[in-house]
Design a binder for this molecule. Sequence first.
Ligand code: BEZ
Ligand code: FE
Length: 302
Amino acid sequence: MGVSGINGQSFATEPETALGQDFTSLVIQSMGPNTDPRLRHVISSFIQHIHDFARDVRLTTDEWMLGVQMINRAGQMSSDKRNEGQLMCDVIGLESLVDAITYEEAVKAHRPLTASAILGPFWRSDTPTRPNGSTITFDTATDAVVAYMYGEVTSADTGLPLANAVVDVWQCSTNGLYEQQDPAQREHNLRGKFVTDSNGKYSFYCIRPTPYPVPDDGPAGHLLSLMDRHAYRPAHIHLIVEAAKHKPVTTQIFDAESKYLDDDSVFAVKEALKVNFVPRQGDPEAKFELQYNVSLAVDPKA
Ligand code: BEZ
Ligand code: FE
């Protein structure tokens, strides 16, 4: 690099050649011998890709700082009720990609498995257990349509029903808000855990889900608008199903008649997860019903 002297100071006369692969190798090799092997593999690849990305797009300092500020803002907005970092990953498809990789590994060993889908930021660890046949919809919104959901949990390897499996479900109200986002809803509205009976069966009343936008008042929403995209998700119900000696599945089921199935803002729709609500006969409590059976993989480590 050429250097010229002015008043005793040195200035570069031409820009430094953008740092190349030797620099990237130096950063990767700076890890010490005590780094966990899997962590070393993941971090090495991450550094390699993020350096290549910066070189590829010729990332400027100002652009990089905008990204840093977005990540910082996501952290500042996050709490036990909101996970903005996860939402940012969701709108760029990362959580769905990771889910697909994880599912691909699982089906190598077990079939037929219920397809998984992303957790999303609105699950709660303290959801109450409710009796089968009861409801998760309280103070039901006037525009909501009640549905009866029921099904069986079985073991993927034997096909046998699993008693005492836990079916944890959550959904948002017709105003597009989960109860923790909405002071007008009572706590734990539209969520519940159901334990399967001796025949592996569960059942409950819920509402037929409606499409809603993911929260767009933070950096994830900003990113969506920068990319000229909408925030909507198709109508869905979330589930986590777990049973002793089996691997739990986190998933979502999508109303096959919903809008936004082809342009979910978080890319979670899978063909296998589309379901059909059908009219329910002889039950004044519910207009529709949905049967959804779940098949869990045996956990070889259990
Ligand atoms: C949800 O379905 O609850 C959700 C998933 C990803 C991002 C935001 C919300
Ligand atoms: Fe959701």
